[in-house]
Design a protein around this ligand. Structure first.
Ligand SMILES: *[C@@H]1O[C@H](CO)[C@@H](O)[C@H](O)[C@H]1NC(C)=O
Length: 442
């Protein structure tokens, strides 16, 4: 056990199988979960910190440290003896200073300050040296920062290790956080019950309704595995620069309410989920009708809906039929192999697939309420992918009836122009498909 066992016997536990895979992936740059909120009301750092402490008390794993044991080569969560998370505030001048340095990197002219800060945070990786002896006390798993933008706007960023909180869970966490902030603003509200069992459990999964937590983890794995299998050999999305050090960048794909509604109606009429349509659009836009995929061999001019149905059915079948996919050990093995042997992936790109997408989008209906309570103008939740991972990871949400996807890619392996073009084509295909769906004689 680490040194801090002298302070008493810290409670903790070894990480589980899936958590272990993520623990191995995160140091390389995949799995830094970031939720950035753009606010029009100044957040109060002390209130935010107190609300975050409440969350850490409710979900012990959020208040723990991740520790690596060099002798046994294993990771564990240990209960942190020191007080939990400190919110860091950046004032206007320090935020502007940061933005200046971010703007000086290439291809950022079209990127808003909010978006730049999101990308900056996505690439802060406090876990990259976890295996070095100087990290013997472990590393926190949860960070929060406040940035002050020039035009009376603020950005609050929560950053987490994906082993404790994936993207779907992070959005639930956000909802809970806003609830706690509201309670505290209402004069402290009821006395918060502090967990004193000290158990570092996976309590965070508790607040995903109706036991969906397991499913979320499992589905994430299945996506990665099935697309890994399907598209390991794809090279049609050209690598721009395989040598330079990598970071994660984000491009956004947004559809208006009408198009989103028609697209969802189309999916529903075809008996597929939204992820099928997103995959199909990405495949067509990515491959310009010319690619041969392992399982999806495409003819020129193939209609998006046909491909969407085929992609989705292939996914649904693998999910239904191959019971062994439910054994995460297979996936964990594949992930570890790819991390340990980058040479197995094409051009040592560490790309295990072209695309990963969640089976279900995050659906948010409380945007108006959040706007009122905390002045929420916009938010993006996603995770870094520049270690081992796909060329594009799509984090899709539907909020206020509009499709809003954060698409994360490794740069400069892929360039912003390349991804903007790809997403532009995807959007065109989705909008066309949605319009096609509005025509009655389809
Ligand atoms: C802003 O923060 C920086 C760094 O913490 C500090 O040096 C500076 O004095 C602050 N400026 C103002 C106006 O508070």
């Amino acid at each position: 056990m680490p040194q801090n066992s002298v302070h008493g016997s810290p409670t903790g536990r070894a990480v589980g199988g899936t958590e272990n895979s993520w623990c191995r992936a995160v140091p390389g740059g995949t799995g830094v979960v970031t939720v950035a909120l753009l606010l029009s009301k100044p957040p109060e750092a002390s209130l935010l910190q107190s609300a975050l402490h409440t969350l850490q008390n409710r979900h012990a794993v959020l208040g723990s440290k991740l520790h690596y044991d060099t002798t046994t080569n294993t990771f564990s969560f240990i209960k942190s003896p020191i007080p939990p998370l400190q919110v860091k505030s950046f004032n206007l001048s320090s935020t502007c200073h940061l933005l200046q340095s971010l703007i000086s990197s290439p291809n950022t002219h079209s990127v808003s300050p909010f978006h730049l800060i999101l990308e900056h945070e996505l690439n802060q990786n406090p876990w990259c040296n976890l295996k070095s002896p100087s990290y013997d006390d472990g590393t926190d798993v949860f960070f929060a920062n406040i940035y002050t933008l020039p035009d009376a706007k603020w950005v609050v960023v929560l950053r987490l290790h994906t082993a404790v909180c994936d993207r779907t869970t992070a959005v639930s966490l956000l909802r809970e956080l806003i609830g706690v902030v509201r309670e505290k603003e209402d004069g402290g509200g009821r006395e918060e019950k502090v967990r004193d069992d000290g158990e570092v459990s996976l309590g965070i999964e508790d607040f995903i309704p109706s036991g969906k937590a397991k499913k979320a983890l499992w589905v994430r794995g299945v996506d990665m595995l099935s697309y890994s299998v399907n598209s390991l050999r794809l090279t049609n999305l050209k690598f721009k620069d395989v040598k330079s050090p990598r970071s994660s960048e984000v491009v956004r794909l947004q559809l208006n309410r009408d198009d989103t509604e028609s697209l969802l109606a189309g999916c529903s009429a075809k008996g597929i989920k939204l992820c099928g349509a997103l995959v199909a659009a990405a495949l067509i836009a990515g491959f310009y009708h010319s690619a041969i995929l392992n399982t999806h061999s495409m003819k020129g001019g193939e209609k998006l809906w046909e491909l969407a149905k085929r992609s989705y059915m292939a996914f649904a079948n693998s999910k239904n039929c191959n019971k062994h996919f439910s054994d995460m050990a297979d996936l964990n093995f594949l992930m570890r192999k790819a991390i340990e042997n980058p040479g197995l992936t094409s051009a040592s790109s560490l790309r295990t697939s072209f695309l990963s997408v969640f089976e279900d989008p995050v659906i948010e209906t409380s945007d108006e309420i959040y706007r009122e309570i905390v002045g929420l103008e916009d938010y993006i939740g996603c995770a870094s992918v520049h270690g081992m991972g796909p060329s594009i990871a799509i984090f899709d949400t539907i909020r206020g009836g509009m499709l809003d996807c954060a698409c994360v890619y490794p740069s400069p392996l892929h360039s912003r122009e390349q991804m903007e073009e790809l997403l532009h084509n995807m959007k065109r295909l989705l909008v066309d498909a949605a319009a096609h769906n509005r025509v009655p004689n389809e």
